[in-house]
Design a protein around this ligand. Structure first.
Ligand SMILES: Cc1ncc(COP(=O)(O)O)c(C=O)c1O
Length: 232
């Protein structure tokens, strides 16, 4: 949940003849346009918000120059990294409802963040849509919304385990960007391959939980978090 200033990075890189690539998966094309901010290449895991239903795996690269297309086509041809027709169908079908889904993800993400921000058992909540986030102003400047990814800290690994055992609507799973809400233990999932020392430097403590807030009824989501936190 640490943001990168895409315009500033692009300016520095371009002054030195380098190109900038942005993984825009957490934001989706609905909430952030890296090419308009100066980046040269954008990547999306279509597995996430673009497909939106956690039933297809894929990715997309979007270049800003004709030579990007030639380079991507050569890699696809040489390595065979090509989506099947069915994966394309699922991604295209998902994209048709993406703006609507993102609106609800946004509304729910904000509601959940506001709920967690005043919960006594929760600390170090990271959601760029809250004015308390150290990069809130950057988020407002470069994003069209704040998305539905957030993370927070419980006091220990044991508390995190009790929380994950207690959730009923949120699922304990690592992916993101689907219609269903997910919660995961960062140290043993997304950051399991990172050394404990580096995790500590990154602020990924043993009690850190990541949420991908889905599009369910937001009162139900908050009630679920509330009862799971009560059991911590
Ligand atoms: C930001 C981001 N980019 C890319 C990926 C890779 O996506 P895929 O699972 O489609 O290979 C992930 C997966 O978790 C991700 O979180």
């Amino acid at each position: 949940m640490v943001l990168s200033d895409i315009a500033a990075i692009s300016e520095i890189a371009h002054a030195r003849g380098a190109e900038v690539s942005v993984d825009n998966t957490f934001m989706s094309p609905a909430l952030q346009s890296p090419l308009a901010l100066g980046a040269d290449i954008v990547m999306h895991s279509t597995t996430k918000y673009l497909n939106g239903h956690s039933d297809g795996i894929g990715g997309a690269l979007i270049g800003s120059k004709p030579e990007h297309k030639d380079r991507f086509l050569l890699v696809q041809k040489a390595s065979g990294g090509v989506l099947s027709p069915f994966e394309c169908y699922l991604a295209l079908r998902g994209i048709k409802t993406m703006p609507l889904r993102i609106k609800q993800h946004e509304e729910n993400g904000r509601a959940v963040a506001e709920f967690l921000s005043s919960h006594p058992k929760v600390s170090k909540l990271a959601y760029p849509g809250l004015a308390s986030h150290p990069q809130y102003e950057l988020a407002v400047r470069q994003q069209k919304g704040f998305g539905s990814m957030l993370s927070f800290e419980l006091a220990s690994r044991e508390e995190a385990a009790r929380f994950l055992a207690g959730i009923k609507i949120f699922l304990n799973a690592e992916s993101l960007g689907g219609v269903e809400s997910l919660a995961s233990h960062s140290a043993t999932t997304t950051h399991a391959s990172v050394s404990a020392e580096t995790r500590a430097q990154m602020g990924i403590t043993e009690g850190r939980i990541r949420l991908s807030v889905g599009i369910e009824d937001k009162e139900d989501l908050i009630a679920d978090l509330d009862q799971a936190l009560a059991a911590v």
